[in-house]
Ligand binder design. Sequence first.
Ligand code: DLL
Length: 430
Amino acid sequence: MGFMPKNLTKEKIKDIQLSGLKWTLKHALGNSSLYQRKYKKAGISVDDVKSLSDIEKLPFLDKEDIQADYPFPLKSVDDKDVVRIHASSGTTGKRKVLCYTQNDIDVWADMFARCYELAGLTQNDRVHIAVGYGLWTAGVGFQLGCERFGAMAVPMGPANTDMHLEMLVDMKSTVFCSTASMALLIAEEIKKRGLRSEIALKKIILGAECHSDTMTARIKELTGVDEIYDIYGLTELYGPGTGLDCSCHEGIHYWNDLFIYEIIDPETLKPVPDGEEGELVITSLKKEASPLIRYRTHDITRIIPGECSCGLSFPRHGKIIGRSDDMFIYRGVNIYPSHIELILSSTDRVGSEYQIHLDHQENGRDSMTIRVERGDGVLSDDDKTLATTISNKIRSQLLVKSNVKIVGDNELPRTQKKSQRVFDHRNENG
Ligand code: DLL
C-alpha cells in the first residue's frame, strides 16, 4: 500500500508539468492527424512551448473535434499498442471513443488506487461497485482501482435492486460506489426494507453527476453511513478517479502530477483567477493513446486556493456545479440547474429530487415549472406555503418568476444512471 506520491514539492510539480506538457505536445503533433491539422491551422509548433505559461498559446480541443474524427479521433499510437477502448455517449452526435495503451491503463489504476487510499480504505474493505461495466469507464475504473489497491471488489454493475440489497447484506460490503442517483435509490430501499442493521457499509463513493448537499445528507440519514466521498472523472481523461475529496470535505483533490487543470471564462476563453468559477480545461501529461491538450470539459468549477486541512499537497477544485452546456436561458436570465438546486437545498421540508420543466405559453412567454418532492414525513397540508417560499426565493435570487409544484416523497423517477434535471419543451410541436 502507499499509492500517494510523497515529497512532490511545488518545484518538482512544475518540472513534471513542463516536461509532461512538452512530451504530450511532441507526441500528439508527431502522431495524431487531428492535432496536426489543428496546430497547422493555428500556426503553432512544438517549439512554441518553453514555459508552463505558454500553454495559453495552444488551441482548445472540444468535444466536436473528438466527434468529427470518429471513430479514433486522438489516436497517437499504433493500433498494436492499443489494448482497450472506452466511449462516452454524447447527448448529440457520435460517441466519443478514447483509446488506451497498457501504460494508460496502469496510470489509471494507480491514480484510482490513490482515491481509495484518500478515502481511507484498507485491503480488508469490500467494495460494492454499482455502476455500469462495458464501454462506459465507470465499472471498469472502480474495479481496476480496487484490484490495484488490493481491496475486494464486488463487481455488481447496475444489476437490479433486489440483487444489490441481497449482496450488500450477504457480502457485508463496506464501501458502496455508484452515481449519486443510484446511491439515493439504494439508500431509500435500505430504509424502506429496514436493512440498516443488516448491512456493513461505512463509506459511499459517488460521482458521475452533480449532486446537492441535501442529497448527500439524505443518503447519510437513510443509510447511517457517515462518510460520503465525491469522485470526479470523465471518459476523455481515463475515467473516474481524476480526483476525490478527502475526509475534510473541503474540495476535490486532483492529481497535478498527471494533468494540468485550467479554469477559463467560457465566454472570453481567458483564464480566471484561482477561487473564481469557470470552465475546467484539461491537459494530460502522460496519456499515450489519446492525449488531451487543453480539452474543454464544459464542467463548471473553481480552483480552491490555499492548503487543505488534511495536509495533502495535491491541489483542490470545488464541487462540479454544472456543465456550461446545461445552462438554459429563461426570460433572458442564464440559469444552471445547480442554481435551483442550491435554493432547494437551503429550504427546509423539501426532498432532494427535482425537475425543471420549461414551456412556451400561448401568450408567447416562457414558463418554468419546478417539480420538487416533499421531504420525508412532511404533510401535504403545507404544500402551498412551501411552494410559495421556493418561488419567492427563486424570484429574489434569480430574478425570474416560476411555478413550483410540490409532489409526494418518491414520486419523481429514480435512475441507476445519471438523472435528467432539465426538460425543455419550448421547441416541441414546432
Ligand atoms: O461519468 C466517469 C465517472 C463515473 C465519474 C463514475 C465518477 C463516477 P462520463 O460518462 O464521461 O464519465 O461523464 C463525465 O460526468 O464531465 C461531469 O459533467 C460529470 N461528472 C463526473 N463526475 C462528477 C462529479 C463519468 N463527481 C461527466 N460531480 C463530467 C459532478 C460529475 N459531475
